[in-house]
Design a binder for this molecule. Structure first.
Ligand SMILES: NC(=O)c1ccc[n+]([C@@H]2O[C@H](COP(=O)([O-])OP(=O)(O)OC[C@H]3O[C@@H](n4cnc5c(N)ncnc54)[C@H](O)[C@@H]3O)[C@@H](O)[C@H]2O)c1
Length: 332
């Protein structure tokens, strides 16, 4: 299938692009390189178009030139704390940017879209696991902008004959199983890379926010899902898209790990203690977020195979150990 991936040079987007390529599809990335890495896109000279999703005409041209049959829309700003301080940027990129993607698709005659949504659209809930029918009451601009984008897609689909699948990821994590590609952003906000950066001395320590949640050890529980499992879900979902149909699925493993459990798993993989410091809770962080992935398992036969925390962390460490300064800066 010919697919255009907005944000396809980013962490999850490039993992999906590489997966699609290996499976015989014909993907291209469209990315403004704010957080993307050209080295994460194989054959980047022909598979990476540098452009902003706000540039509707350029995106429509890229879709036409590639004769894209579907869009996977990953491009977004995706840091909960940053979104609280700068909601304007989040509404501009995540909401207006999504509108631009949909308008470019209409111009280019592309009617199928997968959208990378998030567990953050659910907000605070007492009952776990979260199902697709759980109330969406986001607590932060990151969550509200991703939910607004879900609504935009739904409304466009109904009015303009598009089909869509919203994929609500929980915590995307891990590195390619061959150790060649991993997680590397210029502004890192995700737990596992932050811990591994502390292990490598790239930062003095990792901060652990909140020790008084009602969880096994007082730290937040999250549901970690390996990018290889996310990529498989994207392939299944894009192949299953039918005209006029819109669906939403959770993508998580169905089990949760605490921040301290993730830290201990990293220490085990690295083989030494990792410097860390405890701090008060951050606004907008729910205590527990765990998915029920039953719907996508039943409907599409998704079978997550790599989303055990120890396996995730070992794959991430294999990549970080080999690329201690990430994609761009290799050690002297
Ligand atoms: N990583 C996670 O745990 C997680 C969890 C839930 C949802 N998501 C969603 O998955 C998607 C991908 O996340 P990620 O972790 O790969 O993030 P990422 O930052 O690694 O990738 C996002 C990519 O989008 C690009 N981009 C940003 N703004 C753009 C713009 N205006 N025009 C073109 N490209 C632009 C960036 O350069 C980057 O390459 C996002 O939509 C995010 O909200 C991620």
């Amino acid at each position: 299938m010919k697919v255009l991936l907005t944000g396809g040079a980013g962490y999850v987007g490039s993992a999906c692009l590489r997966w699609l390529l290996k499976r015989g599809h014909d993907p291209i990335a469209y990315d403004n390189m704010l957080e993307g890495n050209a080295a994460s896109v194989p054959e980047s000279s022909r598979r990476l178009v540098v452009g902003d999703i706000a540039d509707t005409d350029r995106l429509a041209d890229a879709l036409k030139q590639h004769q894209a049959e579907a869009v996977m829309h990953f491009a977004a700003l995706a840091s909960v704390p940053d979104s609280i301080g700068d909601p304007e940027a989040y509404y501009r990129v995540n909401v207006a940017g999504t509108k631009s993607v949909l308008d470019a698709m209409r111009t280019a005659g592309v009617s199928k879209i997968l959208f990378s949504s998030t567990a953050a659209t659910y907000g605070f809930h007492a009952e776990m696991p979260l199902r697709e029918t759980s109330a969406q009451t986001p607590e932060t601009p990151y969550g509200t902008t991703k939910l607004a984008a879900e609504w935009l897609i739904k409304d466009y689909a109904r009015a303009y004959g598009m089909s869509y699948t919203v994929l609500r990821y929980f915590n995307a994590s891990g590195a390619d199983l061959d150790g060649e590609h991993g997680e590397d952003r210029r502004h890192e906000a995700h737990l596992i890379p932050l811990i591994l950066h502390a292990a490598l001395g790239r930062r003095p320590k990792v901060m652990i926010f909140g020790t008084d949640y009602e969880t096994r050890d007082g730290t937040c529980v999250r549901d970690y899902v390996h990018t290889a499992d996310l990529a498989q879900a994207h392939e299944l979902a894009v192949l299953a898209l039918r005209p006029g149909v819109g669906k939403a699925y959770n993508l998580g493993s169905g089990t949760g790990a605490t921040v301290l459990e993730v830290l201990r798993a990293c220490e085990k993989a690295v083989g030494r203690p990792i410097p860390h410091e405890f701090a008060p809770r951050r606004p907008g962080d729910p205590g527990v977020l765990v998915a029920s992935p039953d719907a996508i398992v039943q409907d599409l036969g998704w079978s997550p195979r790599y989303s055990d925390v120890e396996a995730i962390v070992s794959s991430a460490w294999r990549w970080h150990e080999k690329h201690p300064r990430g994609y761009t800066e290799q050690p002297a």
